[in-house]
Design a protein around this ligand. Structure first.
Ligand code: ADP
Ligand code: ZN
Ligand code: ZN
Length: 814
């Protein structure tokens, strides 16, 4: 009998691949285990076993596998089913989902490069093979898998690499963030041979002239009485001796070192009593539970600072006691900082955090803990990728700030929406989903109105603090009356002054980073452009640089216009950096902070700034939309929005919905617990309906108006959108291809095709871009539509001239 396996390879090809295995391997292997296989021109990949069977493949000779990488499955049935749904729904390959789902350490391949973890120094724990690699990395900053094969003189090196990763010696090349806490703690114990009383007496006798060493031994016994492992550092401190003294005892063979693996991240909370819910919160809580009896998904619409988090906490508490797993999804890492503290306080020993700013080794640890259903990974707090963890007894998924656009992954595939994908995941586990937001997305609110989701509302802030008072400041008029200083109206300056005098804090929101979006020549009007993209460069004054926010290109600021040579270069528009500088001039004694992509790099980037703000070391914090998300500061009494107009005018069918959400959310940071806060929104157009709705807190009205427009212009939730993006370096070719595609799609979908269109940024990294949108009416079958699109795609890719064009499909592009 012949044995074969079908495997998933982490590549964009649609199908599975078959390899040959022995009978013994067939008995050992099971679905969800990894094997190393050769694919293509002697490239080695980490593949995932999908099926074990006896059917030889048709049309090619199955190759043998290289080796087996796991002893037990590291991916479970729930995950595979969920991945299949994602691949199908979002029109990508299972391999692409596999690649996105796994921490990169699990996906070694021949091109992977390995590097040293700088803090590692416990060479004692390495086997000889492992040490050889460690040593090679002392001389060379990076090693490829091929080089490692050569160094060790053998082919089966993946298990060695796996162990080195687990011991935190190496990491695969990717962006590494600040390292902290070593994983291995060095312990010490007395060698076995000294353990009898008489031996011990001999020992102390022999040390009678080495007083310090004798002290160390005696201290050791004191510590030993606690019956806990003794850390070297602990012994050294307690006996007040130098490293040399301990070292000499080791050399004499009295003590020896050993290591215990501890997870790098341990939240040891004190399981404090959770807060007692207020009457209104309690009603919301019981209504949610009531709703869950009949609905899988419930939308909780609770105004900012109504205590949604406290309600989540109470729901979670009940589940953790019963060994269930809970996933708490957040739209952005910025938010986790504060929430970790809050949740850690209640659920320390149950809590693990998972997101892209964690090092690869840490992510592997969380993965392993979830698959083992360990207590410390029962509650996962994470960004969208934590959806892919190997849950087996998931009971509840909380999607906090469910309206946030960052739940959608745009690139690379799978282009999934974490909220929608989590509802499907929950179904597979028979788990519940709670969507929470003060400003629900139009889709979710619509689903709740239609009865598809349960719906619970919470309209009172904790402590009955009123929602902030919102004032629209007409800066058109202020400009005319010369009441502006830079970008600040006299009214905003007055309000900031008052807040600072009252020792209260201020948040200022400006949705652009950098100093000024555009540099423009006063003489000829030309602005410096990115050489690779179709955008103007942004001026960053701190480094005197021009940068492209699309491709990362940077150059130093010009002294003359490159078109006419004039020295009169001026800046237009403004970003966070400029606001920060103006503030420093307007309020020379206030402490100013800035939070945007530029100031929050690194693992602790957010933490540092938010920590300072929390500790009131910053009076005025300027930031981008990062600031809008669920942050909870007690002392903020004023929020200022410097310019509401640029977001309202954004060319997107969601611009109004998004502006409403953003402004209400940012405003919600003001006056959360003590007294009613204030918000100033500067605008050229105070009568804009969205601004009126924001200032009167009229979600319903906004919803109805937007829904009407969506109906009229055929947008979600009435139509689904599938967006196709074509990219190529040759302008003419992509243009021709887009026209061809437009014709072919229109032949099938008629008036439901939009485009081909040239996006407002029509070239990025030297690739010219064209987009097409297919709109699908609710009553049309999504499956049939997708089949048709894929058929067109196949024909497209069969045309020789089009083959090199990048063809991306994005389902539910919203
Ligand atoms: P939301 O998530 O709705 O914006 P939070 O859960 O952050 O609101 O609550 C706002 C603030 O009020 C937080 O500081 C929180 O600790 C406090 N709070 C809310 N509910 C209670 C309660 N029942 N008891 C004590 N404090 C509460
Ligand atoms: Zn010029
Ligand atoms: Zn660029």
């Amino acid at each position: 009998m012949n044995y074969f396996i079908n495997v998933i390879l982490p590549i964009p090809l649609q199908k599975l691949f078959t390899y040959k295995i022995t009978e013994a391997e067939a008995t050992f292997l099971s679905k969800g285990m990894r094997v190393a296989v050769e694919f293509g021109k002697s490239k080695v990949y980490t593949a995932l076993v999908y099926k074990i069977h006896n059917e030889p493949p048709i049309g090619y000779e199955a190759k043998d596998i290289h080796q087996i990488l796991d002893e037990t499955p590291i991916v479970n049935e729930f995950q595979l089913k969920h991945w299949e749904w994602i691949a199908n729904y979002y029109m990508c390959s299972l391999g692409e989902v596999y690649r996105a789902a796994m921490p990169s350490a699990f996906l070694l391949e021949s091109e992977t490069e390995i590097k040293l973890v700088q803090s590692f120094s416990n060479e004692e724990i390495l086997s000889s093979d492992e040490f050889l690699i460690f040593e090679a990395l002392q001389h060379q900053s990076r090693l490829s898998i091929q080089q490692i094969i050569e160094i060790l003189g053998k082919k089966s090196i993946f298990p060695i690499i796996k162990r080195l990763i687990e011991k935190n010696v190496i990491t695969v090349k990717e962006q590494i963030y600040e390292q902290y806490k070593p994983k291995l703690i060095k312990y010490i114990h007395l060698k076995e041979e000294w353990s009898t009383d008489s031996k011990l007496n001999d020992l102390l006798e022999s040390l009678s002239r080495a007083k310090k060493q004798r002290d160390v031994v005696l201290t050791y016994f004191q510590l030993k009485a606690t019956k806990k492992p003794i850390e070297v550092s602990q012994l050294q401190k307690k006996s007040n001796c130098s490293t040399a003294v301990i070292k000499s005892l080791i050399d004499k063979g009295v003590f020896e070192y050993y290591f215990i693996q501890t997870d790098r991240i341990n939240f040891t909370g004190n399981s404090s009593e959770i807060k007692e819910l207020t009457e209104h919160q309690q009603i919301a809580y019981t209504t949610i539970k009531e709703n869950f009896k009949t609905k899988q998904t419930v939308l909780l619409k609770g105004i900012t600072s109504s205590g949604k988090t406290e309600i989540y906490v109470k729901l979670i508490k009940a589940l953790l006691k019963n060994n269930k797993q809970v996933l708490y999804l957040l739209p952005e890492i910025a938010l986790t900082t504060q929430l970790i503290e809050r949740l850690q306080y209640y659920f320390g020993e149950y809590l693990s955090v998972f997101h892209s700013k964690y090092s690869m080794n840490e992510r592997v640890e969380v993965w392993n803990n979830v698959i083992a259903n360990k207590q410390k990974a029962q509650l996962i707090l994470g960004a969208r990728s934590s959806l892919f963890l190997p849950f087996s007894s998931l009971e509840l998924i909380i999607v906090d700030e469910e309206h946030e656009p960052s739940f959608k992954q745009y690139d690379p595939a799978p282009r999934y929406h974490a909220r929608d994908a989590s509802i499907v995941l929950a179904k597979m586990h028979s788990a519940k989903v709670l969507l929470g937001s003060a400003t629900p997305s139009i889709e979710s609110y619509y689903n709740a109105q239609q009865g598809k989701y349960g719906f619970v509302e919470l309209n009172r802030r904790f402590g009955n603090v009123l929602l902030p008072e919102i004032e629209l400041v007409n800066i058109k008029e202020k400009h005319r009356k010369k009441r502006m200083k830079g970008h600040f109206s006299d009214r905003l300056i007055e309000m900031i002054t008052e807040a600072i005098e009252n020792k209260e804090q201020v948040i200022l929101f400006q949705n652009r980073r950098g100093y000024a979006p555009i540099v423009e020549c006063d003489t000829c009007g030309v602005s410096p452009q990115c050489p690779q993209c179709d955008v103007s460069l942004t001026f960053h004054s701190y480094k005197k640089e021009l940068r492209c926010h699309y491709c990362g290109y940077r150059q130093s600021m010009l002294h003359n216009c490159s078109a006419c040579g004039s020295e009169k270069l001026n800046t237009k528009g403004f970003g966070t950096e400029q606001i920060e500088i103006e503030l420093e001039e307007l309020f020379p004694t206030a402490k100013i902070g800035r939070m945007d992509l530029d100031t929050t790099r690194g693992k602790y980037g957010y933490q540092k700034i938010l920590g300072k703000f929390q500790a009131q070391e910053i009076d005025v914090l300027v930031g981008t939309q990062m600031l809008s998300k669920g942050l909870d500061f007690a002392n903020v009494s004023l929020v200022g929005i410097l310019n509401a107009d640029n977001m309202l005018n954004f060319p997107d069918f969601r611009a109004h919905e998004r502006s409403y959400q953003l402004m209400v959310q940012v405003s919600g940071r003001a006056g959360r617990v003590k007294k009613r806060g204030k918000v100033a929104i500067q605008t050229f157009n105070p009568f804009h309906q969205i601004l009126q709705q924001v200032s009167t807190n009229s979600y319903e009205e906004m919803y109805k108006e937007q829904l009407d427009e969506r109906w009229q212009y055929h947008y979600p939730p009435f139509f689904r959108l599938i967006k196709i993006t074509l990219r190529h370096k040759d302008f003419n070719r992509v243009d021709e291809a887009a026209n061809w595609l437009g014709k072919s799609l229109t032949a099938i979908f008629k008036e439901n095709v939009l485009g081909p269109s040239i996006p407002s940024i029509s070239r990025i990294r030297n690739y010219y871009i064209r987009t097409l949108i297919v709109k699908i009416p609710q009553k049309h079958s999504l499956i049939v539509t997708k089949k048709n699109i894929l058929r067109v795609k196949n024909t497209f890719q069969a045309i020789k001239e089009f083959r090199s064009i990048r063809f991306n499909i994005d389902v539910d592009n919203y």
